[in-house]
Design a protein around this ligand. Sequence first.
Ligand code: SF4
Ligand code: MG
Length: 314
Amino acid sequence: LAELRAVSRVFALPGRRGAGLTAVDSVDLAVRRGEMVGLVGESGCGKSTVARIMAGVLAPSTGTLRLGGRDFGSLTATEARAAQLRVQMVFQNPHASLNPRFTVEEIVGEAVRFHRLVPRDTLADHVAAQLLRVGLDPSLRHGHPHRFSGGQRQRIGIARALAVRPDVLVCDEPVTALDVSVRAGILNLFLDLRDQGELGILFISHDLSVVGHVCDRVAVMYLGRVVEEAPVDALFDAPRHPYTQALLADASTPSPPASGSERIRAGAPALSERPSGCRFHPRCPAARPDCAVREPALRPVGPGHRVACLLADH
Ligand code: SF4
Ligand code: MG
């Protein structure tokens, strides 16, 4: 449904002529119908940039976005607008992304009305159906979003995305801002939507354990690159990249970890200070001398399982 092929995105650095910040570096990532794909990594690793590229709202510097089997960059302006509607974003902060001046009905129906996706006299029914679909009482549609809880507002955000009948939902940290008590409900809603089989979902999170609960396939990003991609069971049972292993160790250790992983917890360097060779080498407990020199390519190590680590190159 939506696919990035060798996509990179370089942002210009103010005051540094010719210098650019490579936020996303040669990323391949596909989202298919009926599956939920996780994209995991620390903040600043390029996840949100991937999200915006996949939604067709940010152009890649190189590489291609394919939507519905077609190269997005080759579409006419009219076709591109239609294709953009097929990919909808759900944001982290449902408060900031819902305009408090509008009613729920206006918010959920806005893009549908603007693009004339349903006949005018059925718009109210269409909005009510979307609210039902996300588990909200349709009678709430006359209210204003600030009157609702965080969980309800996120459901409104999802209803708004669903209203234009997308093929793909790109969800950027969709439960991070929510109380733990309402997270499960929202995650179950995503699972229901996936199980209905019509949508592909890209689920972006810094939290590997959340992704492990809901996703079918997971890609792990580090400093702009996908360093490991695998079906969720393979990733959790047999992670091959030292960074994934560290994330998993953190996720399963609620108390302060043993000193062995301190280096990893020290935080990723800024994108502008990208290390040579394998970009994880300064933090990697398994690093060898050539890791600072050679950059590992993403290579298959099992069914649907790819890893970018020199130790996995056999
Ligand atoms: Fe660690 Fe080397 Fe593998 Fe990079 S290539 S993850 S530094 S072992
Ligand atoms: Mg982000």
